[in-house]
Design a protein around this ligand. Structure first.
Ligand SMILES: [Zn+2]
Ligand SMILES: [Zn+2]
Length: 241
């Protein structure tokens, strides 16, 4: 993919201020319902991180993350616009979009970063799979040890599934801003599920703009591509002709 080769790689570069970026993640709630976090959509899928997190080697390595010889570390792209411009993979359309501040060691790619420390700054929640604006984060029935994965849903689609309002999810993360990613500056979140009649939204799928139908982003996929490019280059160096 053009633009994803690691044109500049400066492992020891240390910025004076954290670098902002954007990434995809699955919203998660702890098994006992008292904690929330995020699960990776590609690398580190089995681990769940909170607002503040330090990367650990997903391969069990003892080196510091990120290592140029490994794929560990957090990943993000530089801009929201860039993230949105990347391919929309149906596999990841149910993830939410995080704005993050990256700090510590990092490796810079043309369009993103792989880095050691992360603070999640805000969460943007896309539309329900049906195209309506999501109102809650509903349990999906899948997860990882100790954590249940959530997905954005409208009240109709959430049905009787256990779910959290955006406000409740935010409170489990010390007030982290959680908003709807449908164009409104800030979602007005109900504190409890509203009657279905309160959904003043089009009931016809045809009324929903096609481009608004779950265009969630695959920033991490593109970064994985960059990682593969890098590994391939290292292999070429190590393999005798
Ligand atoms: Zn590693
Ligand atoms: Zn729905």
């Amino acid at each position: 993919m053009t633009g994803w080769l690691p044109v500049r790689r400066i492992p020891r570069e240390r910025p004076s201020a954290p670098l902002r970026g954007h990434k995809l993640a699955h919203p998660m709630v702890s098994a006992d319902g008292t904690g929330a976090g995020f699960g990776g959509v590609t690398l580190g899928r089995a681990s769940v991180y909170g607002v503040l997190a330090d990367a650990q080697c997903a391969q069990g390595g003892r080196h510091r993350c990120p290592s140029r010889w490994c794929d560990c570390g957090f990943y993000c792209v530089h801009t929201l616009g860039d993230a949105r411009a990347l391919a929309c993979d149906p596999d990841y359309r149910y993830a939410v979009l995080l704005e993050v501040a990256a700090s510590g060691r990092y490796i810079r790619y043309e369009r993103g970063l792989r880095y050691a420390r992360q603070r999640v700054i805000s969460v943007r929640v896309g539309r329900c799979a049906c195209g309506h604006r999501a109102r809650v984060l509903a349990e999906t029935g899948v997860g990882t040890v100790g954590w249940r994965r959530l997905v954005a849903a409208c009240l109709d689609c959430a049905g009787t599934r256990p779910s959290l309002t955006f406000g409740a999810f935010s409170r489990l993360l010390s007030g982290l801003p959680v908003r709807s990613d449908t164009g409104e500056p800030r979602a007005a979140e109900p504190t409890a599920p509203q009657p279905r009649q309160a959904e003043a939204e089009p009931s016809q799928m045809s009324a929903v703009p096609t481009e608004a139908l779950v265009p969630m982003l695959t920033a991490e996929v593109a970064l994985l591509q960059a990682r593969l490019d890098e590994v391939q280059r290292q292999l070429a160096r190590l393999t005798p002709p």
